[in-house]
Design a protein around this ligand. Structure first.
Ligand SMILES: C[S@@+](CC[C@H](N)C(=O)[O-])C[C@H]1O[C@@H](n2cnc3c(N)ncnc32)[C@H](O)[C@@H]1O
Length: 140
């Protein structure tokens, strides 16, 4: 089976749908299916191997990106709130996506400088007033 075939698609979509429904009831600021389409388009264009996400929440956007990436890709995603990171871990495990997803619970301003390796795609979706700092920290 090649990595372009996605055997777990149904389960992945079900988990995405579950998070969308919950987000409506709990007013969670997930990227959602409409804006999410733009993110997916960028992922498909860039075909990254190492993705950094700042702002995991419950894992919706990480799953959305991971659904389009092959097994050898990796997503590192940072979430400041431990309970959200835990929920994201559960959702991501349930979604059965191919790439490895590493959730780091902590403040991105402290975590980013500790990361090793290079990233070829960065998705920033956390505290708006800190965006410039996240970007500056990822540059090196
Ligand atoms: C808009 S939500 C992320 C939504 C998510 N990307 C999605 O589409 O499913 C922003 C998240 O960033 C987290 N956050 C805010 N400041 C942060 C920081 N300094 N470091 C890490 N996470 C942060 C919040 O706790 C929140 O869960």
């Amino acid at each position: 089976m090649t990595v372009t075939e996605k055997p777990f698609n149904r389960s992945t979509d079900e988990v995405l749908h579950k998070i969308e429904t919950l987000a409506k009831f709990e007013f969670l600021p997930i990227i959602g299916p409409n804006k999410g389409r733009f993110l997916v388009e960028e992922i498909l264009k860039a075909k990254p191997k190492h993705v950094l996400e700042v702002g995991t929440l419950t894992g919706y956007s990480a799953i959305l990106m991971g659904k389009e990436l092959p097994e050898f890709a990796e997503i590192v995603t940072i979430e400041i709130h431990r309970d959200e990171a835990k929920q994201a871990e559960e959702n991501i495990n349930e979604a059965n996506i191919l790439p490895k997803i590493r959730i780091i619970s902590g403040d991105a301003l402290e975590v980013i400088p500790t990361l090793r390796g290079k990233f070829d795609f960065v998705f920033v979706d956390a505290e708006k007033s800190e965006y410039f700092q996240y970007i500056k920290l990822t540059e090196p």
